[in-house]
Design a protein around this ligand. Structure first.
Ligand SMILES: [Zn+2]
Length: 318
């Protein structure tokens, strides 16, 4: 009896010491402070939602970008390829940033998306947070410092979700020839369940999206041919589209109609237009689904990057 009471007392005393320590470290692990090691490469990040600029280790920033820009369940080699692309982008922005007091911002429509630990816990849930965060950290750490260059200069490492089977040449999308942004086959894209999407609009909806009356009155509509592809790129993407009396570049048509890509065809059925869209994104540079498909087939991140950015090299960036 006395022995068990003594044990209980010891246990109680130990708890008094250990419990606060466990709570302290538990909280610390949930909210780790930014730790900067001497000589570590830093980057200034402007958070567009709060207006705050934070200086943080570049590699830590890259973890937040990969987590935001690529599904965490993707293959390790695909995540590594994404890490190299994200790091290259950040260092290129640092060379000539449009932001007055930062190198990059967290607005995905301007620079690259970035999620911090709080955002990632919400996105993934607590359990997946530990699993995915350490997986992405492993991808980033194993490519630490590596960047993509072309003829010794950092490249513009653009990427998109799904290339629709073949990526697009930069010149066809942005009108500027970039030697390492050429059209390459990307058959792995077809493994994506969202490889093809169907979107249907009524004629009223279609005109609403295009900003007003672009079609003649319904009674005078010529059957079927009021939408016309005036020009397509060699990969089949729309370069110039005519809808009624309106002519617009493929990229603008995609934006106004809210289509996943410019790689689309359509069918007119009565009062409705049904668009069949292939792939997702502008189609230039690395296809993320393609990268994942290559990784599944056993290609490493270097082969993935060499494939989607032909002629480039992976080198130590700092
Ligand atoms: Zn920006």
């Amino acid at each position: 009896m006395a022995r068990s009471a003594l044990l209980l007392l010891i246990f109680f005393l130990l708890s008094l010491i250990l419990l606060p320590i466990a709570v302290f470290y538990g909280i610390k692990m949930l909210n780790p402070p930014v730790q900067v090691k001497i000589g570590e490469k830093l980057i200034r990040v402007y958070f567009h939602e709060t207006g705050i600029t934070k200086t943080m280790p570049l590699e830590e920033y890259v973890v937040g970008v990969v987590a935001a820009e690529m599904p965490a369940h993707f293959e390790m080699e695909a995540l590594k390829a994404q890490a190299v692309a994200a790091r290259t982008y950040a260092l290129k922005m640092e060379e000539n940033s449009p932001h007055p007091e930062a190198d990059v911002c967290t607005d995905p429509n301007h620079c690259q998306a970035y999620l911090d630990d709080g955002d990632l816990r919400k996105k993934w849930g607590i359990l997946n947070f530990w699993r995915y965060k350490s997986k992405i950290e492993a991808a980033v750490n194993s490519t630490r410092g590596l960047v993509l260059t072309y003829q010794g200069k950092l490249i513009d490492p653009v990427y998109h979700a799904n290339g629709g089977g073949r990526t697009e040449k930069a010149a066809h999308v942005w009108g500027k020839e970039v030697p390492y942004l050429q059209s390459v086959p990307s058959p792995w894209d077809e493994g994506d369940p969202n490889y093809q999407r169907i979107l249907t609009f009524t004629l009223e909806e279609l005109q609403g999206k295009l900003g007003g009356q672009v079609l003649p009155a319904a009674a005078n509509l010529p059957p079927g041919n009021f939408i016309e592809a005036l020009e397509r790129t060699p990969t089949g993407r729309i370069k110039l589209l005519r809808v009624g009396n309106k002519i617009l570049p493929g990229g603008e048509a995609r934006k106004l109609l809210g289509l996943p890509s410019t790689n689309f065809t359509w069918e007119v059925e009565g009062n409705k237009v049904r668009f069949r869209v292939i792939g997702y994104g502008h189609g230039v540079g690395m296809s993320q689904y393609g990268a994942n498909g290559m990784a599944r087939e056993g290609y490493d991140f270097l082969s993935i990057l060499r494939h989607y950015y032909p002629g480039t090299e992976v080198v130590q960036g700092y």
